[in-house]
Design a binder for this molecule. Sequence first.
Ligand SMILES: [Zn+2]
Ligand SMILES: [Zn+2]
Length: 377
Amino acid sequence: MFREANDPVFYFEKKSKEYYSIFQKYCQGATSAAIFGEIICQKLKEPIQKSVYKDTARDLTNEIQTNCESLNGNRSKLEKHILKTLAELEDFGKYITYFNTPRDHLKSFIRDEVSQYITDKFEKSVRPKMKENIKLLQQKIMEAVHSATTLVNTTNGDVQKWLNHFTRQLSDVLIFSVKDFSGVSHEGVDDFNLLEDVISEELDSVSSEIQHKFSTKTFPENLEQKDRPDEILIDHLCQCCWVQCPFCAATCTNTVENHTGDHSVPFHRVSGVNGRCYDETECLSADFCTTLVRTSQMFYTGQWFLCREYRKAGNVYAEWSITPDFSELPYWKWFVCSFREDLEKHFDKKIHMWDVISHEWSQYSKEQALESLDEYI
Ligand SMILES: [Zn+2]
Ligand SMILES: [Zn+2]
């Protein structure tokens, strides 16, 4: 990008193509108006492409927010789809990234979903949007051309007046101004009707060239970071609370970054997946937070506290609302049984004290685990 913007050789190569086609017109004996029309369209090419890509990205973002199953709801729904995808991939490493750096995992999940959506719907939905946007823009440009021509024809104006009016009309739609024509000679341009005809014709070929280049590869590449659908959605969906449960590390699903109430999640995990273990043992905890806070088990944070009085531990403990209930999500039981060896290796701990429960837990199939997630919303 730096080279494209600053390297004179690169700039010269780019410009030489534009000027070659103008030179060809000279050789064919075209009039000044025809050549000036060609120059205008060459100069419009880049701003048109930028504007059309940006508009298409905006329209697409709106569509994704409505139609994409994983991204069209709230944080809890997104969380459910993240867990589903993790289970489908059965990649323990990805689970660990998700536990340790939920925000990074969420970002890469959104990027993958958006990229998949674009690939799946490119011909059916993305390209038609792009065509529609380029058609609308072409209409606006031709309206500006026509209005400038009418003005100059009725007031006996010159080409500078035409250009000033034309560029001013487009100032809201394109990054394009009279300054782009500094150094361009427009001597002898006096046939404005011909200029209008030439622009109309050239604009068609500029549009087809842009449409021809439009692909799943060029689309994201030619968008500025801030205009990319995935970045807009990341911005939108990451503005939420990121505080993790002190027991199981589940991320609070409140959608406001500085919400006033307690942190909460619809479903807690088994606290062993966060590396929690029973005192004086090498055994990972087999308790769900919701179960823990019903018991008189104790936990240690510099001093001992009763689990059912967890808020007394202060700090983040005091800010969490963990409801003592029986909501043990089968998904996590399936996870623990499926990744038992990985968990033991990762935390260098054992899960042998879980034999009592493992019989019930190991009965869950992946399908049942995934079905249990539907309780999330
Ligand atoms: Zn928890
Ligand atoms: Zn929160």
